[in-house]
Design a protein. Structure first.
Length: 229
């Protein structure tokens, strides 16, 4: 076989291999896109379902508000065991409240086409402060109060802490009213089948943030008070 014939055969083989590779690659890409789209749809459905459930069945912060108010009004010579019992109750209730706040933010995300193949939580992406504001806003201060109470001699809740507890209780009552208003103003059944769901998520986050900012301000003031003691 002449050199020219070898070249022709090589070119033909190269063309065949290229065609096979291109077809395999395209098939793999199509399969990947189909799997990704399915995963994207499942991801969004999960978040939408979670959001709708929370919107319909919000955990009321009123029990925590009641405990904080009771704690703020205890007698100065109250038994330490009674104070600690109220603090531990508040910590448990605060954990439930904080978990719900975090889930509301998590379930308010939507798939973004900003970058192909990337899922972005808009609540985090557009406002990173929101993530920080829902990171233990009521449990963290209760833990600090619990620790400082047991390490103080004598064991007392100072006046500033009592005022903080009362202020936080008032803000939680306001937060509960917001949850009730959002629940009453949203038809969760219609949201499932309409574009109103994204609007409901944005509305909730807009309503939620002022409460979180207020709570954060109270927490920062409490922390400053403890640091200068």
């Amino acid at each position: 076989m002449s050199k020219k014939s070898y070249v022709i055969v090589f070119v033909i083989l190269l063309g065949v291999v290229t065609m096979i590779y291109t077809k395999v690659y395209k098939d793999a890409e199509i399969k990947h896109n189909q799997e990704y789209n399915k995963l994207e749809q499942m991801y969004q459905t999960k978040n939408d379902s979670g959001f709708l459930y929370l919107l319909k069945h919000p955990v009321s912060p009123l029990p925590l508000a009641n405990t904080l108010e009771a704690l703020s009004k205890t007698e100065e010579d109250e038994r330490p065991a009674k104070i600690q019992e109220l603090i531990e109750t508040a910590k448990t209730q605060a954990e439930e409240v904080d978990e719900q706040l975090m889930m509301f933010v998590n379930f308010s995300d939507t798939f973004s086409e900003k970058e192909e193949g990337e899922i972005i939580n808009h609540a985090y992406y557009e406002d990173i402060d929101l993530f920080l504001l829902v990171s233990g806003p009521t449990w963290n201060p209760m833990y600090s109060i619990s620790y400082l109470y047991w390490t103080s001699k004598p064991k007392v809740l100072d006046e500033y802490t009592r005022k903080y507890l009362l202020s936080l209780a008032q803000e939680l009552r306001s937060l509960d009213k917001t949850f009730t208003e959002l629940k009453d103003s949203s038809n969760t059944q219609s949201l499932i089948f309409s574009d109103q769901l994204i609007g409901a998520k944005i509305k909730l986050l807009d309503k939620l943030k002022p409460h979180l900012i207020k709570i954060n301000q109270l927490n920062e003031s409490l922390l400053t008070h403890y640091q200068i003691q």
